[in-house]
Design a protein around this ligand. Structure first.
Ligand SMILES: Nc1ncnc2c1ncn2[C@@H]1O[C@H](COP(=O)(O)OP(=O)(O)OP(=O)(O)O)[C@@H](O)[C@H]1O
Ligand SMILES: [Mg+2]
Length: 386
């Protein structure tokens, strides 16, 4: 059974089956009739996304940005679930799998919406979908995407799973798995905080705030509108932030200083939220920064956070952390292998580091006992099944 992780973020949609990964902007636009194609420039699997789903055609991602009359994105959770999730998730899943048989999916929601939206999210994407990819060479490819089981987990936990599991869903970083970990996932709209203590999800230290990078982009857009009279859509700002230079009607605007000020302010606000939320969790061993926004804010954020912050490696794209962790968790949950940690050098080390809820005799569907249920509130999604 193939397992696919899907992360529909407000900024980017990501999917991975452990081998292949895709990423495109969470933008949906009308499919226009393109009369001439130049076939020059970049051509990746996501640069010309034109699909038909349920008899409606769309351009997605950068293709929508460049070619649609009305590209749309949202910063509203309700709209994301109602109007965006299905199209984005099925497209991403279809790109990541060649299987027409059933696949199992692990996906996530911001911590604050997990309870409210899990069921709706599942209903949106579960089942069999027929999707047609209209390739630029004129050839259409119709795929059946059959989503069987779906597991929805708190988004930032994906980043923890990405660090502690290997690609086949085995715990490899036993040291980290035995720590109390805090994770800060800064995305386009939300900042999600979560605590994972000895492989137990701690609800109390987990929360969602509206302090993603789009707030900073809003300030840039307002300032540029004052100076140029042009209204710049937030999704068009991504490509200018790295250089700090933006050209509008032939005139160059430098936002480098503004960016420093705005990022300093945003990082201070996020750090203040975090220090307040985790005030009583002073025993956190390590703090993991994740999500694309944490890369942008890293240099401003780390000095403000009290604790042992694990630096973001600069050879990875932090936008993929959650989705890669989802996929690894799927392998753990539905894989056939036992998931005991790999042996360390000491053969005498018999510390138990199984994910909680996995029953000792490996009949994974066994229900939690009352005591377990109480002590590990909110972690039923951790249960392993086959
Ligand atoms: N190479 C890159 N290209 C574009 N954006 C990048 C890049 N690297 C980091 N970023 C940052 O990544 C952010 C998006 O991160 P991510 O994909 O984790 O967010 P998201 O999951 O879509 O949002 P949310 O979690 O709020 O739903 C952007 O706001 C941007 O600032
Ligand atoms: Mg995200």
């Amino acid at each position: 059974m193939e397992i696919v992780g899907i992360d529909v973020g407000f900024g980017y949609t990501k999917a991975s089956n452990g081998k292949d990964s895709v990423l495109f902007k969470s933008l949906i636009g009308d499919a226009t009739d393109i009369q001439f194609r130049s076939f020059l420039g970049e051509d990746t699997s996501t640069s010309n996304l034109h699909i038909t789903l349920n008899d409606k055609s769309y351009f997605l991602g950068s293709y929508a940005e460049e070619q649609s009359n009305i590209p749309e994105f949202t910063l509203n959770q309700e709209k994301l679930i109602e109007n965006f999730v299905k199209i984005l998730a099925i497209t991403a899943a279809g790109l990541c799998t060649n299987s027409s048989g059933p696949i199992n999916v692990v996906t996530g929601l911001p911590v604050g919406y997990l309870k409210r939206d899990s069921r709706r999210l599942k209903e949106m994407i579960q089942g069999t979908h027929e999707i047609t990819y209209h390739n630029v060479d004129g050839k259409d490819e119709t795929k059946r995407v059959h989503i069987d089981k779906i597991q929805v987990i708190p988004q930032p936990i994906g980043s923890i799973f990405n660090l502690i599991f290997n690609d086949s869903g085995k715990i490899t970083d036993k040291k980290l798995a035995l720590q109390k970990l805090g994770v800060v996932d800064i995305g386009f709209k939300t900042s999600d905080f979560s605590i994972f203590d000895h492989l137990r999800y701690i609800e109390r230290g987990s929360s969602t705030m509206d302090t993603g990078i789009s707030k900073c982009f809003n300030v840039f857009a307002n300032k540029l509108r004052q100076e140029s009279n042009i209204n710049i859509e937030l999704y068009r700002i991504f490509k200018f932030v790295a250089t700090g230079m933006i050209k509008i009607k032939g005139k160059e605007y430098n936002i480098t200083n503004l960016k420093k000020r705005v990022y300093t302010h945003a990082a201070a606000a996020i750090a203040a939220d975090l220090n307040r939320l985790w005030e009583n969790d002073w025993d956190i061993d390590s703090i993991i920064l994740s999500g694309g926004g944490s890369v942008e804010l890293a240099e401003y954020l780390s000095p403000n956070i009290e604790g042992n912050v694990i630096p973001i490696p600069n050879n990875i794209d932090a936008r993929f952390n959650n989705v890669q962790g989802y996929c690894k968790f799927g392998k753990y949950k539905w894989g056939t292998q036992k998931t005991y940690p790999e042996q360390t050098t000491s053969s005498q080390d018999t510390t138990s580091t199984k994910i909680p809820c996995e029953s000792d005799n490996n009949t994974e569907t066994e229900p939690l006992t009352d005591k377990q249920e109480k002590s590990s509130k909110g972690i039923s999604w951790l249960r392993r099944q086959n």
